[in-house]
Design a protein around this ligand. Sequence first.
Ligand SMILES: CC(C)(COP(=O)([O-])OP(=O)([O-])OC[C@H]1O[C@@H](n2cnc3c(N)ncnc32)[C@H](O)[C@@H]1OP(=O)([O-])[O-])[C@@H](O)C(=O)NCCC(=O)NCCSC(=O)C[C@@](C)(O)CC(=O)[O-]
Ligand SMILES: NC(=O)C1=CN([C@@H]2O[C@H](COP(=O)(O)OP(=O)(O)OC[C@H]3O[C@@H](n4cnc5c(N)ncnc54)[C@H](OP(=O)(O)O)[C@@H]3O)[C@@H](O)[C@H]2O)C=CC1
Length: 401
Amino acid sequence: MEDAVERLRDGELALHELEDELPPDEAADARRRYVADLEGVTLDEMGEVHDAQEAATNVENAVGATRIPLGVAGPLGVKGGYASGEYRLPMATTEGALVASTNRGCSAITEAGGATARVLKDGMTRAPVFRVSGVDAAAELTDWLAENFDALRDSASETTGHGELTDAEPYVAGDNVYVRFTYSTGDAMGMNMATVATRAASEVVEDETDAELVALSGNVCADKKPAAINAVEGRGRTVAADVLLPREVVREKLKTTPEAVAEVNERKTLVGSARAGTLGANAHAANVLSAVYVATGQDPAQVVEGSSAYTTASVRDGDLYVSTTVPAVEVGTVGGGTRLPTQNEALELLGVAGGGEPAGANARELAEVVAGGVLAGELSLHAALASRHLEEAHTRLGRDA
Ligand SMILES: CC(C)(COP(=O)([O-])OP(=O)([O-])OC[C@H]1O[C@@H](n2cnc3c(N)ncnc32)[C@H](O)[C@@H]1OP(=O)([O-])[O-])[C@@H](O)C(=O)NCCC(=O)NCCSC(=O)C[C@@](C)(O)CC(=O)[O-]
Ligand SMILES: NC(=O)C1=CN([C@@H]2O[C@H](COP(=O)(O)OP(=O)(O)OC[C@H]3O[C@@H](n4cnc5c(N)ncnc54)[C@H](OP(=O)(O)O)[C@@H]3O)[C@@H](O)[C@H]2O)C=CC1
């Protein structure tokens, strides 16, 4: 290892070439030592819990791992199309009060008999952009896509055993045609799967028409960007969850009334969001999504799409009805970061690690539990605002004494 660090210093070896010479753990140690010396810092903590071998397909230029505190909220009762029973929600976060809040929401929901949750739509998208000669050709390509869907589906299916092309919707902007390919992806989140399959389908388009592929992702997908198309059409799994809370549970667990929660929802979440021009209308869906995504090995950048959730609250015969609809829950139980040891344990805790029976059942169960968790977070924060407890809670739980 000494020799490798020397050669890095002498410029004889590039940082990313270390794994060609050393086993992954030693390569990460050498890289960390070199960077630490060069920048005049100590990076010992980063090396503490790292196993470079197991993360080899999850990160490049590895120097270690970061530690994020992990809490558990629940039990959360969920009555879903796939989820059924009580779940402990693993949450990785550094925001004091977030787990306590979600836990409180879970406690209220479970006491009320559990949240109802349903996957309403299921499809991961990838939309390449094709160059055509003009609007005439764009219209022709639009017709061609409709007539040749089977050929596209067949070529896509040759690249994956679990993915299936279910739609190919064109969007035209002059001489640009964006084809939003949609796939069912089984238990995978499916972004690699959809990208590989789209490459194959795009070759058919190029072989059979005059369209030329400019970029395999043309941003109509739309991955990891705030986009109305995802909020309206959905991406990954679109999931809704709701619960009817007896007035007494709202008083005891949430220290407020159904009327006060409904007013916060109307004035803050609906009108305030409209005034600000947010995508979606919610209080902090991104909080629960990011914490659960990091804990369970999902791609955290996709919290962007999930954050366009819609939360409603209303009074029904003196009780409180609350719902949240998350248009883009992009989660998997296989692939990506889900096989890493702590992430896999978190999925085990939820009872959804690995492939489901039938394929897709585990990912859909996870998506329903995630939506239930978002509902719990929404409920508790709405209540904290209604009872004016927000800043006190964060001061007490989120700051050093
Ligand atoms: C902090 C609470 C929960 C206290 O709430 P409380 O009602 O005073 O607490 P409690 O001691 O009476 O306990 C009630 C339940 O809360 C839970 N609970 C209570 N304490 C704990 C704890 N230490 N650890 C774990 N769970 C805890 C627990 O479930 C308990 O029920 P039990 O299980 O005992 O039957 C409440 O004030 C609260 O939820 N506040 C809101 C905090 C919050 O939601 N923060 C995250 C979002 S803030 C943000 O990032 C976004 C924002 C605000 O900028 C977005 C926007 O603009 O809206
Ligand atoms: N490529 C890109 O543009 C992007 C990639 N990503 C990254 O993509 C990764 C996630 O991609 P994803 O495709 O989900 O995962 P992987 O690329 O890890 O692939 C998962 C593979 O698991 C196999 N598999 C086994 N059992 C099942 C099952 N029950 N259900 C579904 N698939 C199963 C499938 O093989 P088979 O296909 O042979 O059936 C599938 O292709 C993340 O790391 C994410 O960060 C994120 C955004 C963009």
